[in-house]
Design a binder for this molecule. Structure first.
Ligand code: 13P
Length: 258
């Protein structure tokens, strides 16, 4: 992280976990710690149905509520989908786009991810754009090529003035939910590569201002080291974001870096 230029963001991705009651309790428990956080922006990406309860519980705190997906059209015959406008109306500030689980199970291609990023920005949301390689890609030495392409495609048509509302998240697929974490060096190498793509497309000043998160088995034991890297500006945390104790410790780890 580099606090001179960009925000540190600690974001939880609850995936399909926690009911409304649990969401409320989680946020109530997190409030005192959130109030003490000086550097970190805290985001909780909750299941769609938990959004109203979460927004209500987080009102007046530093905790922002995010969604985990969106549709790219503002309205229409898209059964089962939720538009960015609906999310914004419900009080959502962030939306995860292109998570590898959606790319894998729901056919979110780079092109679709791009459409969702543009729709999110249009609706005033802050997209958290996920990119990352499979183990096979890493073994074949194509990680940086793959990530470069994912970032370029995801941001096609994003204007310079919109970029400051975009957050990137490097999530190596082999590290998600597996207990295997990228080393701080690996996370930083890809983070720096993402920033280089941003620099080429938007200039050094704009690129410096974008927060690039790491996700993939981030936990209380490895967060401090990962967050010490200059191009790791926060975390997108799955499993360890489901309990206030572990999520809180990761926030504290981030706060120790000044
Ligand atoms: P885990 O932290 O459970 O590995 O999940 C990471 C993730 O997918 C966050 O979006």
């Amino acid at each position: 992280m580099d606090l001179r230029y960009r925000k540190t963001i600690i974001a939880g991705n609850w995936k399909m976990n926690l009911n409304a009651e649990e969401a409320k309790r989680f946020i109530t428990e997190l409030k005192p710690l959130a109030a003490r956080a000086k550097w970190c922006d805290i985001v909780l990406c909750v299941p769609f149905l938990q959004i109203p309860a979460a927004v209500k519980a987080a009102k007046g705190t530093k905790i922002a509520i995010g969604a985990q997906n969106c549709h790219y059209e503002p309205s229409g015959a898209y059964t089962g989908e939720i538009s960015c406008g609906m999310l914004a109306e419900a009080g959502v500030k962030y939306v995860i786009v292109g998570h590898s689980e959606r790319r894998r199970d729901w056919g979110d291609t780079d092109k679709l991810v791009n459409q969702k990023v543009l729709a999110a920005l249009q609706a005033g949301l802050r997209p958290i754009v996920c990119v990352g390689e499979t183990l096979e890609m890493r073994d074949n030495g194509v990680t940086l090529d793959v990530v470069r392409m994912q970032v370029k495609t995801a941001l096609r048509g994003v204007m310079l003035e919109q970029l400051r509302r975009v957050t990137l998240a490097y999530e190596p697929i082999w590290a998600i939910g597996t207990g295997y974490t990228a080393t701080p060096q690996q996370a930083n190498e890809v983070g720096a590569c993402i920033r280089e793509v941003l620099r080429q497309n938007y200039g050094a000043r704009a690129a410096r201002g974008v927060s690039i998160l790491y996700g993939g088995s981030m936990n209380t034991g490895n967060a401090y080291q990962l967050l010490a890297q200059p191009d790791v500006d926060g975390g997108l945390i799955g499993g360890a974001s489901l309990r206030t104790e572990s999520f809180g410790k990761i926030i504290e780890a981030a706060e120790q870096h000044e």
